[in-house]
Design a protein around this ligand. Structure first.
Ligand SMILES: Nc1ncnc2c1ncn2[C@@H]1O[C@H](COP(=O)(O)OP(=O)(O)OP(=O)(O)O)[C@@H](O)[C@H]1O
Length: 753
């Protein structure tokens, strides 16, 4: 007891000291920031007064010295501005620190040392400016990894100087709120688990939360991995893939000064805008700037420069909708759309496209003789040979541009004599000299425009047109695919594609293929300097998606996280990761498995496991709740009554986010019409702004990655869920639930339940 009291006193005193130091630094930073603000205003004023008199003539070459003068003023201002921004970030971090300066402590005895050191770990670091002592270590600092990876006993961590060994004597966790110590406990495995269990029993938050206080060892290994160029994570539903991805991004942005990543050097590929919004506050909460995130369709739009492209959600909606509505495809079209997607997303099609690109100069580029002044200045056979012999390392469009430049050079060299002739012609008839000169000038422009047009017929490529050509001639297609094993339904896919390409707009799978073609013919350099790419929900992507990413971000390291059991409209197995490895062909690639699930109760996870192959093992994080139940309704009206009653029960139980999951948006909309007057319910669509607090109706493909306190699977009947693909949908839908899951149906129950 006496020890506990001493401990308590020690911790309270320590907290006061830390807060006092933080307050002192905050006052200093605030004062500095004010001074900086004044200085910026004064410097801007000086700059304005001293340079405004000469600004009007600034772009005149004679005023070069004014430009120099201006830049002399501009530099101190921009330096001040970046100082100001740095201070602002520091102020924010210190304010957060004053709220809760640390959450853990380890007492670490470095090998060879007598005493141990108290290492306090928080969301950001705090250093005593006088003694240089680290009062709080950032959770991302090397020594903090000991907290995540070891209990009391021998331990080690990797530092920039090499491996450091030692011993952990104490591992302590704190709850500090608003600068007040609520409680602390010395952690052993059991207590840590209890703490996490308590944390996980809370309601889902409207936006994704940080997990710095409870990162698990295997998650920490992924977050801090700096060795691997291609890090793939296969993780069960709720195993923390998205959390790990975001904490990894924060870690990469913190890492030592040399390797530190700027927020604009990292990109997250997100499944949809709803998901983007859901994760948007994790990095700011970790004190980092948010990073750029991209939905794949945005890439299509940017590369192809067209807006009229089917989205992935529209593709899924068409595929999953029952046959009797206007969004749905007919049974045959569904089968075909799915097969077409599987084929066009495949490595097989990537190979055909590569062969097609190689073949373009032989067959599809209309090389022509180029005449100038009545003579052939470039022979078409020679032009073709130049392209075929040219350095194949360069993209075709680059080689063609070089060819175009070389033809224009020849013409340019011939031009003086031509101009000479024109001059003589004008001199001979100098009646209206000015007019003649104008005629001559126009003549030469017209002539070069016509010439350029002729050259560009074979040096400028229209990828969409070429893609159409690929599907317009079946025998050519089969010739290209020689030696490759094509799907049985190849003929139908060719017809289906040819027909679709005659219509306005592009289907998702054609946009995918066309983007690949575009990047491999013309390139796309906007993202060349990106250093880290994080792909979440990777099971949604096919080999061609990864080929595209590889083309767009050639210098990047990749973190690819997914769950092969959460695919929509297709089946995957672990071979997918091998394929990804081959596509990126990075020197060091690793596949890590996360199999412990933190989101759902044991009962929900056990129930969800019935939708997976028996060989797949899910490990729930031992939290208990009610066993999911299936409720039958005799008709639609009875179903509505049941759903309304369950929504009420959930509310009474204190659940704040309740998800009614339907198979499609069409189903969700129909149910919404029935429920909207009787309950406060929102229909979630792809691009709405939202805050996951309340009751939502959502199609399963949009619910992916999100979570709700309670989930109601609305139409678990035979018609909606019967196939292997539907099994995956049910797995995704059920694993969205944290605490409560129930299923409802009318008619015949799904055979999958
Ligand atoms: N170490 C942890 N400590 C506390 N909570 C955690 C931890 N890891 C994951 N969680 C929680 O578990 C839930 C699921 O995490 P997350 O969404 O990152 O998993 P996921 O693998 O991406 O899931 P899914 O594949 O189903 O979308 C979240 O509420 C997250 O906060």
């Amino acid at each position: 007891m006496e020890r506990d009291r001493l401990d308590q006193d020690f911790e309270i005193r320590r907290l006061e000291q830390v807060l006092a130091l933080a307050r002192e630094q905050l006052d200093c930073a605030l004062q500095k920031s004010e001074e900086n603000k004044d200085a910026i205003i004064a410097a801007k004023l000086d700059m304005w007064e001293d340079t405004s008199r000469s600004i009007s003539g600034l772009w005149n070459m004679d005023n070069f010295h004014e430009l120099v003068e201006l830049s002399q003023y501009a530099n101190p201002v921009s330096e001040r501005v970046s100082d100001y921004e740095r201070d602002a970030a520091k102020i924010l971090a210190l304010k957060r620190l004053l709220y809760s300066p640390y959450f853990a402590r380890i007492d670490f005895q470095f090998a060879g040392e007598e005493a141990f050191e108290n290492i306090y770990i928080g969301r950001s670091s705090l250093q005593d400016g006088l003694t240089r002592e680290m009062v709080v270590y950032d959770w991302r600092s090397p020594i903090a990894s000991v907290f995540y990876r070891f209990g009391p006993g021998k331990a080690f961590y990797e530092s920039p100087g090499g491996k450091i060994t030692g011993e952990v004597h104490l591992k302590r966790q704190y709850e500090i709120k608003d600068g007040k110590l609520q409680y602390f406990f010395d952690a052993d495995i059991q207590i840590i688990d209890e703490f996490l269990r308590e944390l996980l029993s809370q309601n889902a938050s409207p936006k994704m939360k940080t997990i710095v206080e409870t990162i698990q060892k295997d998650q920490d290994m992924v977050i801090r991995d700096l060795e691997t160029d291609l890090l793939m994570v296969q993780g069960a539903a709720g195993s923390g893939k998205t959390s790990v991805a975001l904490h990894r991004a924060a870690y990469l942005m913190y890492q030592g000064l040399a390797a530190k990543l700027a927020s604009n050097e990292i990109v997250i590929i997100s499944p949809n805008t709803l998901f983007e919004q859901y994760i948007a506050n994790v990095l700011p909460e970790l004190g980092e700037k948010n990073v750029h995130s991209l939905v794949f369709e945005e890439i299509f739009g940017k590369v192809l420069q067209t807006g009229s492209i089917q989205s992935r959600n529209q593709y899924w909606e068409g595929l999953l909708s029952p046959g009797q509505n206007d969004r749905a495809l007919s049974y045959n079209d569904k089968k075909l759309a799915k097969r077409s997607m599987a084929f066009k997303g495949s490595g097989l099609f990537a190979e055909i496209l590569r062969r097609f690109i190689k073949d373009l100069p032989y067959r599809w580029l209309p090389f022509a003789d180029i005449y100038y002044d009545g003579k052939v200045v470039a022979d078409r056979q020679l032009l073709k040979a130049k392209i075929l012999k040219g350095d194949q390392e360069f993209l075709l469009s680059v080689r063609l541009k070089q060819l175009e430049a070389s033809i224009l050079q020849i013409v340019h060299e011939l031009r003086p004599s031509r101009q000479e002739k024109l001059k003589k012609f004008i001199q001979a008839k100098p009646e209206h000299e000015f007019e003649w000169k104008e005629v001559a000038r126009r003549l030469s422009i017209l002539e070069s425009t016509a010439l350029l047009k002729k050259i560009r017929r074979f040096t400028e490529l229209d990828c969409q047109e070429l893609y159409r050509k690929l599907f317009s001639d079946k025998s050519y297609f089969y010739h290209l695919a020689e030696g490759l094993e094509l799907p049985d339904c190849m003929e139908e896919i060719l017809d289906f594609t040819r027909e679709n390409l005659q219509k306005d707009g592009l289907l998702y799978d054609d946009a995918l293929a066309l983007t690949f073609l575009h990047i491999h013919i013309k390139g796309y350099t906007a993202y060349r300097d990106i250093k880290q790419v994080v792909v979440d929900e990777a099971q949604d992507y096919d080999p061609l998606h990864f080929e595209i990413l590889h083309g767009l971000f050639p210098k990047a390291h990749y973190t690819i996280l997914g769950d092969i059991h959460q695919t929509i409209g297709k089946q995957e197995d672990s071979a997918r990761y091998e394929q990804i490895g081959k596509i990126f062909a990075k020197p060091k690639s690793t596949l890590v498995t996360l199999d412990k699930s933190f989101r759902s109760t044991k009962e929900i996870l056990t129930y969800s496991a019935r939708f997976l192959d028996q060989s797949v093992k899910l490990h729930p994080f031992g939290r208990s709740g009610d066993t999911p139940a299936v409720f039958a309704a005799s008709n639609r009206a009875a179903l509505t009554t049941l759903l309304l009653a369950e929504m009420n029960t959930c509310r009474e139980m204190g659940y704040q986010s309740i998800g009614l999951i339907c198979k499609t948006e069409y189903d969700a909309l129909a149910l919404y019409e029935q429920l909207k007057d009787q309950s406060d319910i929102q229909l979630l669509k792809g691009d709405v702004q939202f805050d996951l607090n309340g009751v939502f109706l959502i199609p399963v493909y949009l619910a992916k990655g999100l979570e709700f306190d309670a989930v109601l699977i609305c139409e678990a009947d035979q018609g909606h869920y019967h196939s292997t693909d539907d099994q995956n949908l049910l797995y995704v839908a059920c694993t969205r639930a944290l605490h409560r899951l129930n299923l409802f149906y009318t008619g015949e129950i799904s055979p999958l339940l």
